[in-house]
Each structure stands twice: as C-alpha cells, then as structure tokens.
Write a protein that binds this ligand. Structure first.
Ligand SMILES: Nc1nc2c(ncn2[C@@H]2O[C@H](COP(=O)(O)O[C@H]3[C@@H](O)[C@H](n4cnc5c(=O)[nH]c(N)nc54)O[C@@H]3COP(=O)(O)O)[C@@H](O)[C@H]2O)c(=O)[nH]1
Length: 952
C-alpha cells in the first residue's frame, strides 16, 4: 500500500508558498534579459532621433538664410536690374540678419558688381569660388558652397549662391556669406548628453560645425570611416573607434539640400553605463521583491492556520450546548460551516422572543403619533426649500408691483446687480434697466401683469458699479387678494451673447485678416448702393490682388504669404474711413467699398482716386516678414456706382476688369472702369457662348496639321493645332479662344475633342502606307492635364481608335509641371505606361532646370520659337538654343525646334545637333486634306531623288 504524506495545515501552506515563488523567479530573470536587449534598441533610436533633430535644426537655419537670399533675388530691384536699389536692400537685409556677413552680386564672368563690405562703385577684385558661380549660371539653381575662410570675413564661412534671372535667363549670381558658427550653435542647442559629439560635415569630408571644441575642429578633415560613409551617401549607425581609441557608435544623417551630413558619435561605454545600472537595479530590486513576497506568504499561511484551529475549538464548545457566537474567519467556506453549526441554536432563541411579544395596541398609537410628527416636518421643510430656492437660485428672481416697485428679491438678483439687500429697498425697475422709458417699459410690464401669461424677453441691466450686461427675463403677472404683481427671473446671458458675437465673427469675417469676408462685403455693398441712391451721391468699388503673390508663396512658403496678407489688411484699414468697407474677397484679392463720395460724378472719381492712390502708396512700402524684408505692389481697378439697381456681380466684374487693365499697364498702378471695357466684356461673353455652341457642332472645331521634319528634312509627323470655324467671323485662331476656354472651363471639353480628333486622324493615316509612319503631336492645357479623368480619357481614346500609342505625342508646358510636381510626375508615368510620347513645349521660357527635368519621363524637349526667331542676330538666344540642345542630349532626349522660318536658322540648329524642326520653312499649319497632298508630294519628291541617286 502506498504511504500517504500526512502534514499539519501549517506545513502544507509553507510548501505552497515556496512552489509559487519558483515561476516568479524564472519570469523575472527572463524579463531582465529582454530589458537589456530593448534598452540597446532604445539607445540606437535615441541616437537617430538626436541626429534627425540636429539635421532639422541645421536645415532650418540653412533654409532661413537661403530664403532671405532668394527673396532678395526675386525683389523688384533684382528683377529690374536696379543695382543701386539692390545694394541698398542687401545692406538693409544684413542689419536684420547678423549671421550673414556679406552680400555680393556677381556677373557671369565672375566680376563682383557690388560687395556690401565696400561702398557701391568701389573697385573690387573678382569673386572667389568661381566653380560655384559657374554652377549657378549653368544650372539656374541655388548652390551652397563648401567651407572657406574669406578675405573680408576672416572666419570659417559658407556661401549661399542663388541665380537672379530675367526673362528666363540667369543674369547674376547673388551670394550671401554666412558664418558657420550659426550651425555650431544649432548643434549646441540640441543639448546632447555629455561626452557625445555632434558634427556637421560637408560632402568633401570637411567639418563645418561641431557642438564642442568647434574652434579646434572646424575646417579639419573628418575620420576616414565617416568620410567613406558620407562620400558613398550612406546613412545609419555603425561601430567605430576614435583616434584616441574610444569605442563609439556613430550615426550619419544626410542633409540633401546642401549635400552635408550630421554625424553623431556616442561612446559605447557611456551608452552601456545606463544599461548596466538599470540591470543591477532591476536584479537587486527583483530579489528583494521575491523575499518580501515569500515573507508575506509565510505570514498569511500562519494566520490562516490559526483561524482554522480557532474554529475547531469553538465548534467543540457549541456541541456541548453552550450559547456562543462562532468566530468569523477570513475563509468563506469555514464561515459557512460555522454558520450551519450555529443555525439550530439561533432558532431556539427566536422562539423565546416571540413568546414575550405583547401590548400591540400601544404600539399602534405610537405609530400614529410618529406619522403626525413626520407630516409636520414635511410642511416646515417645504417652506424652508422655497427660502433655500430664493437663496440659491442662479437666476435673479424678483417681484414687482404694477408700478414697477421692487417688493422681494433673491440673493442671486442682489449678486447679479451688486447691491446689498437694504440698498435695494425702495428701488424700482428704472433704477437697473438700461434705456428705461417710464411710458413704454412700464406700460409693457403692466400689460404682462394683466395678461397673467408667461413672457420671455431680452433687456440690458446696469449694475451698481455702472457696468451694463445682457439679461433674458422670464416673467408672469399674478393677482393676489385684488393686488397685481409681476414675478420675474432674470438670467445673465453675457456668455451666450459673446458666443453669438463669435459665431457672427466666424460667419462674416475672414479669420486670417479679420476683415469682412465675401458674404459681408456683398451685404455692405447692397447697403452702400441703397445709401448712395437715397442720397443722390456716388460710391466706388476698388478691387485688387497682390502682384506676384504666388511667387512669394512658392519661394518663402504659405506662412510668409499669410503674414503679408495680414499686414496688407492692417495697412488698408488705415487708409479708409470707418464707414467704408475693406474686405478680403478670397486668396490674395481684396475689395474696398467707398460710400457717399460726392453728388458730382467727376468729384466722386477724384476722391476715389485720391484714396486708392494712398492705398497704393501704403501697400508699396517694404514689409518686414519675420527676418525677411519683402517688397510688394498691387494693381487696382475702380468702378463708380450711384444706382441701387446695378448688381453686385456687375460692379465686381467691372472693378476686376479694370484691375486687369491696370496690370497690363504695369504693376503698382490703378485704372478706372471704362464702358468700352464693358463692350469688350460683352464680346468675350458672346464669344464664350458661341464656343459652347461650337462644341455641340462636329464641323466647327477642326485640327490643322503643321509638318515636323528630321535632320535630313524628311517628314516624320505633324503638330495638330486647333482652329475654330466661326459662322460669322470665319477661322478664329487659338490665341483668341484658348485663353477664353481656359477661363470658362470649356478647355476640358475642348481638350477631350482634340484628343479624339487626333486619335481618329492617326487611325486614318495608319490605313495609308504613305502616312502610316507619321506621328501626331497635340497640346495639352494645364487644366486639362490636372483633371482627375485625364489619364482615363487618353486611355479610352487609344482603345477606341486602336492606334499605335507611340505615334501620339502629348505636348506639355513647363508651368504645368511646376505646380504639384509629384502629382504631375505620377500622371506622366501613367501616360508613359500607356505608350504615348511626352514632349516639353516652349522649353526655356519657364524655370527650366536640370533638377526637375531629370525627374520627368519625357522623350523630347521643344525649343521655344522666341529663341529661334533671333538665333542668327542675338548671341544670347543662340547660346540658349545651344544650351538646350546640350541639355537635351545629356538627358538622352530628342530636341525639336519650333518657329523655324529661314534656312539659316535651321542650318545653325542643325549644326548644333538639333534633331527635328517645325516651322513655316517646312510648312504652315494646314487642313487635313491639304496636309495629305503635302505628304504625297514630299513622298513623290523623295522617291524621285532616291531614283536619281540610284541613277547617279
Ligand atoms: N491647349 C491647346 N492649345 C492649343 C491647341 N491648338 C493650339 N494651341 C495653342 O494656341 C497657341 C497658338 O497656336 P497657333 O496659332 O496654332 O500657332 C502655332 C503655330 O502656327 C505657330 N508657328 C509654327 N511655326 C511657326 C513659325 O515658323 N513662325 C511663327 N511665327 N509661328 C509659327 O506656333 C504655334 C505652335 O505653338 P506650340 O503649340 O507652342 O508648338 C499655341 O500656344 C498653341 O499651343 C489645342 O488644341 N489645345
């Protein structure tokens, strides 16, 4: 027989505590191990966070300096080539940006046109860093130099070099020299742990800045392993050893904008010190916890064992017939057992109690007396509650007689008005009502008393200290014993009124400039028309937008744009009377409504002109936008009104039209609306409806085809150019209707039609051996390209016509690609995947730069005809054309020149390596049938010359 282990409850519980400690010890060990591993990962991610933060700090400082330089390069002085004004602006800029030491203007030959270190006009030696200057001129892009110590600024410096362009050509290089100490400061600001090193290193491995000992190390070469990582443009963490033999974890974070890198070195011993400390602390802490846990288990075990034995002793005495309560324990099952044992004894005691019950009637009487006492207490409580209500109610409760005399008030009413109770004795409504009129206000109160119906209305009360606030009053009249009273509760609605005002502000005011928005403007304009028509006077509407606002937004960011708009709003308010309205119409557009100028139209025009002249002057003053000194102008259109029946839309359109006339006449100027403009407007809108009708009619819109030839003069295809056969005007040229179509949105339908016509034409050509090889290029407008359905549309047209997609060439313009570049590249890739070719039209007229060209899946660039026209007489145009050809070749793109009219032009382009040409020299745009005749003629001539060459 197996022997059973028999132990007391004490021993069993101790064994239980010991076994339960084993898994805890195992789990703690595993946790400490895991913690060690994760601490290592935390250190590495801490390292990379520090590096990213340091890189961002450096980038921000670099971006700020570079934005200032670019801002200066885009100022009117720079764009107009006004060197003295640019010099003045540059010296002013240096005052607000102390980190920048010098600003230099350099021409293409490397001559310094000015240097802010010396007065304008002084003799200055050629600029240093010739290679940097050459790069700015050849790429048209900003270039950040390597570290150098200049002649004037004898401290470690870098320079930011940006192009100053005019009509698409780089004319100067504007250089700002910046002390590198700003980058060392940026690194110091990161406050990395002691012993860590953060350095900024250039692509050539030179240390530009360091968080400590910068004076000693700036200008030195970095360690080889770091240089290798930077040279191979690697990023990330690696282990290395310093010159002093210290083991370090090194992290490299690149700054692509300047081709620099931030490098952080953290000694491994320092990184692990924290880790070892935590592991020790956890080990010792864990052991202590296990020991405390064990001690607590042992104590509990002993305690429970004692309770079991106490219960055992108590149940023995109950058994012997002694009446006694069994001891309560902490164990539910033991308590239930004890309760069962005591049950019989309890029942015996209850039977004895029932026997002693008597005198039932006496008990009933006592109950009646108690109920009476309770109901008395309720009456007293209810009166008390009413008093409490008067004391605690948040509304100001008060009672008036029919003459408005105050009879009774709640505490809150006193608090609301700021009086003590005795001070209000004998007061009447007129003492706290604002705008109290004895006749009307009292009459209305009496009416309410008579009506005996509840009323709610708003009023204004005056406090004891004279301040006024809004209240909502709910009141009711009552008749008691032949007397008439008014009970009123006043609620302070100041907060609600403030909220209403805020909503009003949001709905009718622009949140950036706090000026009235378009909605409020239209309301005020309607009121102004009614006023001038009533008074027999004239008012004026002035409309303007900010010249070159988009350039500011694109170069310095939307934050700067917002600052400029807010500053403009402030200046505008100072120029007009309080009764006039200045509103933000949307974006960078503002509208001013001037009321009641004069009864005489000429005088009204003179007054309006005086005000808008003041506006132009104020707005042309320089703007200090944070660290950036900005120069901005506006163009303004004005129209007069004195008739309330003219619509707001008409007035705004007239002012808008006048503004465009002002822009056409040069910036920073104003124009008054002239009825002749209205006629132009009417003609435009008639043309727009004719164009709408033309879109319904298949015959009205046709493509004309202009030949495109290769280097040998062989026909390779055509460009399809849209023509409108107008029923009255005859053939309308695209220059006349494409801008109209763009403005009205009809360009989308027009673009769809052109794609379909081009695909149909290619399908027709594919069926004839003489034309089957010809490619067809068509123009795509910006709005058409940006439309979400554009890719689907091209895909549908290709599928429907079943043509070879490679023969369809889409011509896109540079400006179209510059906006939302990522989206544009994505769309171009989708088109490339469909198989169509992409050509960049009007190349050279925009911001042509190698940086963006490299990103685009293009097959061709087209030299704009404005360069070709004077290629033989203007050396600049010749250089541009040559550069475009070289650029195209270097990117593996074919280059086509448009607008070739003379053999000399084509000879020049041909000799420079241009691949294809288009222009009147090879044929004007012609209808499809004429183009076919042209193709056949050429084909016959070429077979003839082939035949002749065979004969010879
Ligand atoms: N979105 C669309 N735009 C279109 C479409 N069809 C035309 N257009 C654009 O309208 C602009 C004017 O076009 P057009 O009057 O047809 O002028 C073209 C040629 O006639 C002209 N050209 C060609 N060779 C010469 C020349 O030797 N000398 C000379 N003075 N002019 C010449 O150039 C125009 C072609 O320009 P481009 O498109 O840039 O190649 C024009 O901007 C068209 O793009 C359309 O369907 N959709």
């Amino acid at each position: 027989m197996r022997r059973r282990l028999r132990l007391g409850i004490n021993a069993w519980l101790i064994l239980l505590s010991l076994f339960s400690a084993i898994p805890i010890v195992l789990f703690s060990g595993f946790t400490i191990y895991r913690l060690g591993v994760s601490q290592q990962n935390v250190q590495i991610s801490r390292l990379s966070h520090r590096a990213v933060a340091a890189a961002v700090a450096v980038e921000q400082r670099l971006a700020a300096m570079s934005a200032m330089t670019r801002g200066l390069a885009l100022s009117d002085a720079a764009l107009q080539g006004d060197v003295p004004a640019l010099y003045r602006q540059a010296t002013r800029l240096l005052k607000v940006a102390p980190e920048a030491r010098l600003i230099t203007l350099i021409d293409a030959e490397g001559r310094q046109i000015f240097n802010t270190a010396v007065p304008l006009g002084s003799a200055i030696p050629p600029a240093s860093q010739g290679e940097v200057v050459r790069r700015v001129f050849s790429t048209g892009l900003p270039v950040v130099s390597d570290l150098y110590t200049g002649v004037v600024v004898a401290e470690p410096t870098i320079s930011i070099n940006v192009p100053v362009s005019r009509e698409g050509r780089v004319v100067y290089c504007l250089r700002m020299s910046v002390l590198v100490d700003i980058f060392s400061q940026a690194l110091r600001d990161q406050a990395v742990p002691p012993g860590w090193t953060v350095a900024l290193i250039s692509q050539s491995g030179v240390i530009i800045a360091r968080n400590h000992e910068a004076e000693q190390f700036v200008g030195e070469r970095s360690r080889d392993d770091i240089f290798e990582a930077i040279a191979s443009r690697r990023e990330g963490v690696f282990d290395s050893v310093t010159h002093e033999g210290t083991q370090v974890k090194t992290l490299v974070q690149r700054i692509p904008e300047a081709d620099w890198a931030v490098v952080i070195g953290a000694p491994v011993a320092l990184l692990n010190a924290g880790l070892m400390q935590s592991l020790w602390a956890m080990g010792i802490g864990g052991a202590l916890l296990v020991m405390v846990g064990m001690a607590a288990s042992l104590w509990l075990a002993r305690h429970l064992a004692r309770q079991v034995s106490d219960l055992a002793v108590a149940s023995t005495t109950l058994d012997a017939g002694e009446e006694r309560r069994l001891p309560a324990t902490l164990i539910r099952e033991l308590d239930e057992m004890g309760a069962a044992l005591g049950n019989a004894r309890s029942r015996e005691i209850q039977v004895c109690a029932e026997l002693s019950e008597s005198k039932t009637t006496e008990a009933m009487l006592a109950r009646l007396v108690e109920e009476l006492r309770l109901s008395q207490a309720q009456v007293i409580q209810s009166a008390g509650r009413f008093q409490a209500l008067l004391k605690t109610a948040s509304d100001g409760i008060h009672t008036l007689d029919e003459h408005g005399n105050l009879l009774e008030t709640s505490d809150s009413f006193l608090r609301m008005l700021g009086y003590e109770a005795h001070e209000m004795e004998g007061m009447a409504v007129g003492d706290w009502y604002v705008d109290f009129h004895p006749d009307t206000t009292l009459a209305s109160l009496r009416f309410q008393v008579e009506e005996q119906e509840g009323r709610i209305f708003e009023a204004k009360f005056r406090r004891r200290d004279g301040t006024v606030f809004d209240v909502e009053i709910s009141c009711r009249g009552v008749h008691v014993d032949g007397m008439r009273y008014l009970y009123a509760a006043a609620r302070d609605i100041t907060e609600r009124k403030t909220a209403e005002a805020k909503i009003q502000q949001l709905a009718f005011y622009d949140s950036l400039t706090h000026l009235p928005n378009r909605r409020l403007l239209l309301e005020r304009l309607t009121q102004a028309k009614a006023l001038v028509s009533r008074n027999g006077t004239h008012g004026a509407v002035a409309f303007f937008d900010v010249d070159n606002f988009k350039i500011l937004n694109d170069t310095l960011g939307h934050r700067m744009g917002d600052l400029l708009l807010a500053e403009i709003a402030g200046r505008l308010k100072a120029c007009v009377r309080d009764t006039d309205t200045v509103a933000r119409f949307g974006g960078d557009e503002f509208v001013i409504v001037l009321e009641d100028l004069s009864g005489d139209v000429e005088e009204a025009a003179l007054r309006a002109d005086g005000i808008v002249e003041k506006v132009l002057e104020h707005l042309a003053e320089p703007y200090q936008l944070e660290n950036h000194l900005h120069f901005s102008t506006v163009s303004l259109g004005v129209t007069l009104f004195h008739d309330k029946d003219v619509t707001n839309d008409d007035l705004l359109r007239q002012a808008d039209l006048a503004m465009y006339q002002a822009k056409a006449g040069g910036r920073n100027t104003r124009r008054f609306f002239d009825p002749k403009m209205q006629a132009g407007l009417a003609a435009q809108s008639a043309l727009e409806s004719d164009l709408r009708a033309a879109l319904e009619n298949k015959e009205s819109l046709v493509l004309h085809y202009q030949p495109q030839v290769d280097r040998r003069g062989g026909l390779i295809g055509a460009e399809g150019l849209l023509r409108w056969r107008h029923p009255v005007k005859g053939i309308v040229q695209p220059d006349e209707f494409i801008p109209l179509a763009e403005a009205s949105g009809l360009i989308l339908a027009l673009g769809t039609r052109v794609i379909a016509m081009a695909c149909d034409q290619l399908a027709a050509w594919s069926r004839d051996p003489v034309t089957s090889h010809l490619a067809l290029a068509i123009n795509v407008s910006a709005r058409q390209f940006r439309h979400p359905g554009f890719i689907g549309e091209v895909e549908g047209a290709l599928a429907r016509s079943k043509i070879d997609p490679r023969l369809l060439k889409l011509e896109l313009t540079e400006s179209l690609l510059l906006q939302e570049m990522d989206d544009a590249v994505q769309k171009m890739r989708a088109l490339e995947n469909l198989g169509v070719s992409l050509s960049l039209d009007d190349f050279g007229t925009g911001y042509s730069s190698l940086a963006y060209l490299k990103r685009l899946p293009l097959s061709q660039i087209k030299i704009d005809r404005s360069f070709v026209r004077d290629i033989l007489v203007d050396a600049n145009d010749a250089t541009i054309a040559k550069t475009i050809i070289v650029l195209g070749k270097s990117l593996g793109l074919s280059v086509i020149a448009e607008g070739v009219e003379e053999p000399g032009q084509w000879r020049f382009l041909h000799d420079e390596g241009c691949d294809q040409a288009q222009g009147f020299l090879f044929g004007r745009p012609m209808p499809a049938e004429e183009f076919l005749v042209h193709v056949r003629q050429r084909s016959r001539m070429s077979s003839l010359s082939d035949g002749l060459s065979l004969v010879h």
